[in-house]
Design a protein around this ligand. Structure first.
Ligand code: MN
Length: 133
């Protein structure tokens, strides 16, 4: 059974990029367009991994991630923060919110699949950052 990834990202181009790469690597990909949509879909789908953009209109990713991590029903979900280059110093905030890792945008599209696989396999690849291409 293909493993499920939920992409929560307000930027349509980024959603498409992640979706294309991960679909190509045989993941079952779902998309949400903001934090609230992400929380709703995560509860419904219970994906194996969530890629959570931080800066989104409406409910931001930090809030959405905190809600999921604070709810016993969804606390087990793995959540990776998608941050812009300028937010790299905010690592502690993601840790506090319970995020399992983070990726800096723009992402390295060649390294993404391996990074995703490491997180999926639940190794100790916690808070790895993919370097910019
Ligand atoms: Mn955004």
């Amino acid at each position: 059974m293909p493993r499920k990834i939920l992409i929560v990202e307000d930027n349509a181009n980024n959603r498409r990029l992640f979706s294309d790469i991960l679909t190509f690597h045989d993941y079952e990909v779902s998309e949400a367009i903001d934090g609230q949509d992400g929380v709703d879909q995560a509860r419904k789908l219970m994906p194996d991994l969530i890629l959570m953009d931080i800066q989104m209109p409406g409910m931001d990713g930090l809030t959405a991630g905190s809600i999921l991590k604070g709810d016993p029903a969804t606390a087990c979900l793995k959540i990776i923060a998608l941050t812009s280059f300028a937010m790299q110093g905010d690592r502690e905030k993601f840790l506090e919110a319970g995020f399992d890792g983070y990726l800096s945008k723009p992402i390295n599209t060649r390294e993404l699949p391996e990074q995703i696989k490491q997180w999926m396999d639940g190794g100790e690849a916690i808070l790895n950052r993919v370097e910019m291409a």
